[in-house]
Design a protein. Structure first.
Length: 201
């Protein structure tokens, strides 16, 4: 995931997490495309500085990504997209996408393609809430298990480990002309995970 692809990308996820706050999570509409693109670009620039070429990160275009996300959301090209809204006038503070597992699934059925939290909202419970909503959606679609892929050098991997993800595989992908290692984490019992999450809440 380091070329921002026309598919789910290996994401910058939040480094979690504190308590949850008055958040609303809903399914995205095409009108959310610009804010989704903004959060994606800002988190990439903050998280991948030093991993990806500086020029590559600078060239990321908000207009191009906004148009891409508007179409992707409208056509469900990234599966289902959910957004988290903060209490201040419903500002968008995070988003995530999910659907059937792609490519190597390691025996897992569903996949979280992306999970991003606004830089100002990290460590405030947004990532946990979004991940729970994405898992609920996958379970509602009949998937009993899920996976997520993340850059091996991304500290977000520790968030997924804290959320109960178990390492299930590794590999590499090319981004910005660089070959980078990736890790896959899996949850083999979504219903069990959701039941525990419900008890915690």
């Amino acid at each position: 995931m380091l070329q921002i692809r026309d598919r789910g990308d290996i994401m910058r996820a939040p480094s979690e997490e504190g308590g949850g706050g008055p958040l609303q999570i809903r399914q995205a509409t095409a009108m959310d495309g610009r804010e989704v693109a903004r959060i994606q670009i800002e988190t990439w620039r903050a998280s991948y500085a030093g991993l990806l070429p500086k020029d590559y990160l600078i060239r990321l275009s908000l207009e191009e990504r906004s148009a891409w996300w508007r179409e992707a959301i409208a056509r469900h090209r990234e599966g289902r997209t959910f957004v988290a809204l903060g209490p201040a006038e419903g500002s968008l503070v995070g988003f995530g996408t999910c659907g059937p597992a792609r490519r190597e699934s390691f025996g897992l059925q569903g996949e979280v393609y992306s999970l991003y939290v606004d830089l100002d909202w990290q460590n405030r419970g947004v990532g946990r809430r979004l991940l729970t909503r994405l898992f609920e959606e996958l379970a509602a679609q009949g998937y009993g298990s899920a996976m997520i892929r993340v850059l091996a050098a991304n500290p977000a991997r520790y968030f997924y480990e804290a959320m109960g993800g178990e390492p299930v595989g590794e590999g590499h992908e090319y981004f910005g002309g660089l070959k980078l290692a990736i890790l896959a984490y899996g949850w083999r019992d979504l219903q069990g995970w959701l039941a525990k999450a419900q008890r915690r809440s």
